[in-house]
Design a protein. Structure first.
Length: 283
């Protein structure tokens, strides 16, 4: 049942943790404790492995925008980056205090700054990497946030924004919000049209923007991994035609499964589906 007034993000996550039927969602979202174990599980995930591959030739200073509990800050630091975690929420469960505790426990040099993405307190061209996980759709001013992230990125640096909610038409927004497990508690979710994200990034100065569609990359498959999604497709297909052994053989081929996902992406209009964006600042 919805509350009469919005809760905080911290209280919304606490509520979710206390729902026995949502335990898997808590784990999938890395909201569980101990935080160090959750952060290490994220670093070992298929999502992070894909992100780490994008960063393979990068080094130096990384800015983790909207760092939340610090799981990506932890992963970036473990990759060898000098990390600044930007997180305006002071919470010890889902905010800056949680990141500071994680940094101490993991013995990692993560600098924590409590500020919003629309007002980055950093010099121009300061970071080699600007990373944002599920941040752009939460911004109060998307254009300004993208402009600020472009400003603080050094020339030749990489910008990665992952797991952004997309809608096909504005009328789909309410359906996405109604289906979100926490929006009814704290009212902080949102989604944009794909062109709205791309327009903001290009307006900020990013010329070429690579788009990863929902079924194109493990980054966007939440709450699935490639393996669990394959199993779900096998289950669904075996209920309709032939049997499980047949579909296990057919879909056991990575090439066939990738082709199937590519085809399915043309028909994927789920409100709030996830996209990711990769761009570079011209040298």
């Amino acid at each position: 049942m919805a509350n009469s007034s919005p809760a905080t993000w911290e209280s919304a996550v606490i509520w979710l943790r206390n729902q026995p039927d949502r335990r898997q969602l808590v784990l999938d979202a890395y909201y569980d404790d101990p935080l160090l174990a959750a952060a290490e599980r994220y670093r070992q995930s298929g999502e992070w492995r894909e992100i780490a591959a994008l960063l393979r030739r990068c080094s130096g200073k990384a800015l983790d925008v909207g760092a939340g509990r610090g799981i990506a800050s932890y992963a970036l630091a473990r990759e060898g980056f000098s990390v600044t975690a930007l997180e305006p929420n002071p919470s010890a469960i889902v905010g800056s205090a949680a990141i500071r505790s994680l940094a101490v426990e993991a013995a990692l040099p993560i600098d924590v700054v409590e500020q919003w993405s629309e007002r980055l307190p950093f010099a121009d061209d300061e970071f080699d990497v600007v990373f944002a996980r599920a941040v752009l759709h939460h911004t109060s001013d998307l254009d300004r946030a993208c402009s600020e992230m472009f400003r603080v990125l050094r020339r030749g640096g990489i910008f990665i924004a992952v797991r952004e909610h997309v809608i096909s038409r504005q009328a789909d927004l309410q359906a996405f919000l109604d289906d979100h497990p926490l929006h009814h508690l704290y009212g902080g979710e949102h989604a944009f049209l794909l062109d709205r994200y791309l327009g903001a990034l290009r307006k900020a100065g990013f010329g070429q923007v690579k788009v990863l569609s929902p079924l194109q990359s493990p980054i966007n498959l939440f709450p699935y991994t490639v393996g669990t999604l394959r199993e779900a497709v096998v289950d669904r297909a075996s209920q309709r035609l032939f049997g499980r052994p047949f579909w296990r053989i057919v879909l056991g081929s990575d090439r066939i499964f990738a082709a199937l996902l590519s085809l399915a992406s043309y028909f994927d209009n789920r409100p709030g589906r996830l996209y990711s964006f990769i761009a570079h600042k011209a040298a």
